[in-house]
Design a protein around this ligand. Structure first.
Ligand code: DGT
Ligand code: CA
Ligand code: CA
Ligand code: ZN
Length: 594
């Protein structure tokens, strides 16, 4: 277990103790320990294995917590946590998933209303029983009802793209071991790079469908076979996700991949275009409609086996058969992509290889897991040419945010680091002196302008007061945009996929202000954030705003999510020129507002 894992466990324990109405000091001890551990420079395992040191030397860690850390490091489990979990009813966990409902409120609701499920709570809100409880106003009841809808919506119970991708990669590796598999690819929303994925679709080329399907059924991660036909099967895979697999013969692989990549809307438009040209497209190939049988209703039901297809082996063939260039899957959402393709105006979408730098990341100075030196080394290993270190400003007390003094000290360290990197000739990487300042609830930023004037790169983000009304939030962000020292707005809407809706902000006004001042807007590549989303990023591009795609890494592994941000940018139709950090450092500096 990493420090971060253990911090999560301690926070979870604090939630459970709080739910049980345990002593506030005990609850606080676990919260403090979680915070200390979350911001530690060294790993707990290292400290524990050093005979000259003790975990109890750490602030807020006594012998009891030290023993629990030991238990977690050794077994990955904690007896106390298992016991606690048994004492708290399942409905409490369900209710804690509702944004804004902490353990205390959940406890009151469960006890007073004798709730058994989330549905019970919803009914209680609708009957007005919640507002009758002491401490719950009508306004709170309305907010809870709104947030229940969020937690319950199927839209917020899908896998993150990144989670689906891990499963897809494991699945493809397993399936490629089957000798009957000729070609294989993932399709559906995963291939289109959607931010969440409902089920996983896979297309296989093979002359022996049964052998292929048997191989999937034999996968150790397959927990149930839901359907098994002649050429298609559906199973339950890891994390309970459904996997739909389709096997086709050689001449149909491209057509099947095109069909099962979707989206449905894109396919409907493509087929209607085909029909206008006297053709029909299905998952087996592209066929000519026979003379005199051009009625649209019959087109899709025509039996392809009896006729010969004019295309189908590759996706390129399929699109070419209807007079179009190949369309990247990220654009296949049924917008204007077919028109763009027809006019030869498809964007040259940005790629991971275009990225030169990563301009938002944290270190152990605040809530990161890796030191400055470790982040720099990891960035060099990943081939980056520049990075900005952007730890939190002082408002983020939870993460031990930097005040003037500690920030200037970090920047001194960065100066020395850059010098030593440059000593042996051309430096492999330049480190920018950055900061992630917080937009304060009352307006303004959490560090003064004379400090920000010395920064190379300033990210401004809004972490607090997210429930303020639209005008206030929008005004705070626009004020930050108008600050001459602010380079980019971090995760501009604050949403966390499946967990928390965006704060109420007039994003058009934000984009307009960014365009007017030359401030960049971020696509935060963290798979939970992906913020700006595709629609907003496309609107920003329209307005001439440059986008920065950043990982917001809190560990060295965190640097590896850049490709998730790239997918979101591609879905927005962004080209390399629309993204500021595809530039060389010199060109980036010219692009920045002065
Ligand atoms: P998801 O699974 O909800 O994240 O979204 P998709 O897009 O992966 O949807 P899914 O798995 O239902 O279907 C995969 C693709 O297969 C879909 O994008 C287009 C194609 N497809 C499946 N069923 C139909 C259908 O009834 N009509 C049409 N036109 N296409 C379909
Ligand atoms: Ca799917
Ligand atoms: Ca499916
Ligand atoms: Zn950050």
């Amino acid at each position: 277990m990493t420090n971060a894992d253990i911090a999560v466990v301690f926070d979870h324990i604090a939630d459970l103790l709080e739910y049980q109405g345990d002593n506030v000091f005990r609850v606080r001890a676990y919260r403090n320990a979680a915070r200390t551990i979350g911001s530690l420079v060294e790993s707990l395992a290292t400290i524990r294995s050093d005979p000259r040191r003790s975990l109890t030397d750490l602030e807020g860690i006594g012998s009891d917590l030290a023993a629990k850390i030991g238990e977690l490091l050794e077994s990955g489990r904690l007896g106390m946590l298992d016991d606690l979990q048994k004492k708290v009813p399942a409905v409490a966990f369900e209710l804690m998933r509702v944004p804004g409902l902490g353990p205390k409120k959940v406890k009151v609701l469960v006890d007073q209303l004798r709730l058994k499920s989330l549905d019970d709570l919803e009914a209680a809100c609708k009957d007005g029983r919640v507002q009758e409880i002491k401490g719950f106003a009508a306004k709170t009841q309305a907010a809870i009802l709104e947030n229940i809808a969020f937690a319950k919506s199927p839209e917020h119970n899908r896998l993150l793209w990144q989670e689906a991708d891990t499963i897809v990669q494991e699945l493809l590796t397993w399936m490629r071991d089957c000798p009957a598999v000729q070609r294989i690819d993932g399709a559906g929303s995963w291939r289109r790079g959607r931010e969440t994925v409902g089920d996983i679709d896979v297309v296989v080329e093979s002359a022996a469908a049964k052998a292929v399907m048997d191989h999937l059924h034999a996968w150790q991660e397959t927990s149930a076979v839901l359907l098994a036909g002649d050429t298609k099967t559906s199973v339950r895979g890891p994390r309970n996700v459904q996997i739909d697999l389709r096997v086709v013969e050689r001449g149909s692989f491209g057509a099947a991949l095109q069909y099962f990549t979707g989206s449905k809307e894109h396919n409907v438009r493509l087929r209607s275009r085909a029909r206008d040209q006297g053709l029909t497209i299905n998952e087996y190939g592209v066929y000519r409609l026979s003379a005199g049988k051009g009625r649209p209703g019959e087109a899709d039901t025509a039996k392809p086996v009896k006729r010969k297809s004019i295309a189908g082996s590759t996706e390129e063939d399929v699109y070419a058969a209807v007079g179009l260039p190949w369309i990247p899957p990220e654009l296949r959402e049924g917008g204007d992509e077919i028109g763009l393709a027809e006019r030869g105006e498809l964007p040259q979408l940005v790629e991971l290889a275009d990225i030169h730098g990563d301009l938002h990341m944290h270190t152990t100075a605040t809530d990161g897991e890796a030191t400055l030196g470790e982040m720099v080394r990891a960035a060099i290993e990943r081939g980056l040419k520049y990075i900005a270190i952007t730890d939190h400003g002082q408002r983020v007390t939870m993460a031990h945010g930097l005040d003037r003094k500690r920030l200037l000290k970090q920047w001194d360290e960065i100066d020395r680091l850059n010098e030593s990197l440059a000593e042996e000739g051309r430096p492999p990487l330049v480190v920018l002196k950055g900061i992630e300042v917080d937009m304060l609830e009352k307006g303004g930023l959490d560090l003064p302008d004379d400090v920000l004037a010395q920064a190379d790169w300033v990210v401004a983000s809004l972490h607090y007061g997210q429930n303020q009304p639209r005008e206030r939030i929008t005004a705070r962000i626009i004020e930050a945009i108008e600050n001459p020292h602010v380079t980019v707005i971090g995760h501009p809407t604050g949403r966390l996929i499946n967990r928390r809706p965006a704060y109420d902000v007039d994003i058009e006004a934000v984009i307009e202000a960014a365009a007017r001042t030359g401030t960049f807007l971020e696509i935060n590549a963290n798979p939970w954030r992906l913020d700006l989303d595709d629609r907003h990023a496309a609107a920003a591009k329209q307005a001439g705003v440059k986008i920065v795609i950043s990982t917001d890494a809190h560990s060295t592994r965190g640097l590896d999510v850049m490709h998730c941000g790239i997918l979101q940018a591609r879905r927005a139709g962004l080209e390399a020129k629309d993204v500021a950090n595809t530039r060389t450092l010199a060109a980036l500096k010219k692009l920045m507002k002065k």
